[in-house]
Ligand binder design. Sequence first.
Ligand code: AMP
Length: 344
Amino acid sequence: MTNPLRNLFHDQPNFYEPNLIHMRFLTGLQPSGQLHIGNYFGAILPAVQLQNKGEAFYFIANYHAMTTMASPDELRANTRALAVDFLACGLDPQKAVFFAQSAVPEVNELAWILSTVCPMGLLERCHSYKEKMARGIAATHALFAYPALMAADILLYDSDAVPVGKDQKQHLEVTRDLAGKMNDAFGADLFKLPEPIISESTAIVPGLDGQKMSKSYGNALPIFGDEKEVRKLINKKIVTDATPLEDPKPTDGSIILALYKLFASPMQYDRMLDQHHSGGVGYGQFKKDLFEAYWEYFRPAREKRAWVLAHPEYVDDVLSTGAARAREEASKTLSRVRRAVGLA
Ligand code: AMP
């Protein structure tokens, strides 16, 4: 496997594919704290790869984060941290338009307009709202209306395609429904109906305990963890069985192997697999190999992150250029919509 982070410092030629070149992709990521490798393989890496294949609009979903986060300091810090980490992981502002959601407040007006055609039943059926309430998150209007804001995020930029995890698939259906209702009511060409890009190959990254990796399960491996902290997480949190060192080790359901596969070359992975079959190597060594592969994999991103952190003006500049470009698009769409609905 080639490490997609390896070429970060070199100008990669754009390899536009003819069928994708005119497509506009949109992805929003919530600034919900330290990013983990599930976020990386499930959301960040696909976004970084897509920026070479069309026009990418990527934003930090800080309005959305307000549905679950009350501290202004935390929201500010997490928004900044996500900008830094996304850039470190390969987001190229020459290719992608990168901005904070709140820098384009037009999105709220569109969300309101979409709300006027949004049946209550549509929102009531959304799993994510029910699931968040079950986790004890306050059932506010914003949490309930989240899919309408997400629809506005997507439609405001005339997005053609939205890469979504299975968890967000339903919200994209809401977006298409609302776009369809607006077109029926106010003109057939008002909105494009965005297509989901659902990558079946983006498997769920397991956490250190074997469940889905998630910040809320306390089983996450951070992308930019401190060396000691990550070694400790791998050593303490991955539970192994009592197979003696010299015996073969089970491979089915092995968390070490599943995680190692993400970072190691195919040759390294096959060697670890053979060592499981043959016996003679202990879990301590496997964990050490896993740490080393992880550490090596994210080395270029760590180096880039150190540079980005040392140049805060670069982040400011990227975000303000991105916001200006995003607002240009947003105001075009909003003028069109205002005229169509009778607000202009
Ligand atoms: P979250 O902040 O947990 O909502 O995650 C943001 C995005 O990261 C999700 O929509 C997924 O695309 C991705 N993601 C999070 N956890 C995982 C995981 N364990 N495996 C794969 N992708 C994940």
